[in-house]
Design a protein around this ligand. Structure first.
Ligand SMILES: [Zn+2]
Length: 315
């Protein structure tokens, strides 16, 4: 099966080195759609293209953009910057943590219909098809409305074969409940990736998920205040590799650039000089794993083979 990107289908062999969980443009509350005058769109475009070009120059061929409607998803923006940068970008259907009120009472099969429409027909009138289904459950576990989205995603996955990528709060082992609900819906577990899994260092918990047959996205490199550092994330990845799980692991940053505000541009702070976050794994985390003795072939499994199998459903 081909892999759907924002610029159309590609052959699985074209995917190359892939980041498992990223964003191209995020806007909580959908401010980009409702208050577009807050942002400088020329500068925002220019910056997104710069970041993607730097990632390409650093050896990244593809990324999975897990931005949903409640995060301000704008596939026209993503299409423009994909075209300008040459990055393969897989875009998502599904819903993140801010489940729209209309979904609270909607029949679960009608929720699935919406996701299937975005997978088969396209998103809005863009003609761009979703290549992955995103779901999200955070602190406190799976809420009743979060469960409706999860079950809708499960049914859409079964009808289309489109894979599911989750956001979980790993310190509370929320992924365990996600797997239970998806199993209850009889989703084939090789169509599921449990995300933000490097936010815990509990290898026992992560192995218990892997034994269910899912993939894990070891992302959110390089870490944030109060969460595992990048070295701790690497140590967890190492421990899982040593236990024979490389064939089920993918790496990512959850880099989530927002639109650049008019006020930022006016204040002269709109031209960041640091290297893009999309490069941390290839520039820093992977060289450190290799220095500790992880073979390049194992890195290739995590960066190339696993995302290809996850997205295509094939080898
Ligand atoms: Zn994310």
């Amino acid at each position: 099966m081909t892999i759907e990107t924002v610029l159309g289908p590609i052959e699985p062999a074209q995917l190359g080195v892939t980041l498992s969980h990223e964003h191209v443009l995020v806007s909580m509350g959908e401010d980009n759609h409702h208050y577009p005058w807050l942002f400088d769109w020329d500068v925002t475009h220019e910056n997104a293209i710069r970041e993607l070009c730097e990632a390409k120059a650093g050896g990244i061929d593809s990324l999975i953009d897990l931005t949903t409607p409640d995060l301000g998803r704008d596939v026209a923006f993503v299409r423009d910057v994909a075209e300008a940068s040459g990055m393969h970008i897989v875009v998502a259907t599904g819903i993140w943590r801010d489940v729209p009120r209309s979904f609270w009472a909607r029949d679960i099969d009608r929720i699935a219909d919406i996701f299937v429409h975005e997978i088969d027909m396209g998103i809005g009138d863009s003609g761009v098809r979703a290549g992955v289904i995103k779901v999200a459950n955070d602190i406190g576990g799976v809420s009743p409305e979060g469960e409706r989205v999860l079950r809708g995603a499960a049914r859409a996955c079964k009808r289309t074969g489109c894979p599911i990528s989750t956001h979980q709060w790993a310190p509370e082992e929320v992924g365990r409940r996600q797997v239970e609900i998806l199993a209850d819906e009889r989703v084939p577990m090789d169509r599921v990736c449990i995300g933000h899994s490097a936010d815990t260092t509990d290898v026992g918990y992560l192995e218990s998920l892997l034994r269910e047959g899912v993939y894990l996205s070891m992302d959110r490199y390089p870490g944030a205040e109060g969460r595992p550092t990048w070295r701790e994330r690497n140590a967890t990845v190492r421990a899982l590799i040593d236990r024979g799980w490389a064939h089920r692991l993918m790496l990512g940053h959850d880099h989530a650039p927002g639109a650049i505000s008019v006020a930022t541009v006016r204040g002269g702070r709109a031209r960041p000089t640091e290297m893009t976050r999309y490069r941390f794994i290839t520039d820093t985390a992977i060289p450190a794993l290799i220095a500790e003795g992880v073979p390049q072939a194992t890195i290739d499994v995590m960066m190339r083979d696993v995302p290809r199998r996850f997205l295509s459903g094939g080898e």
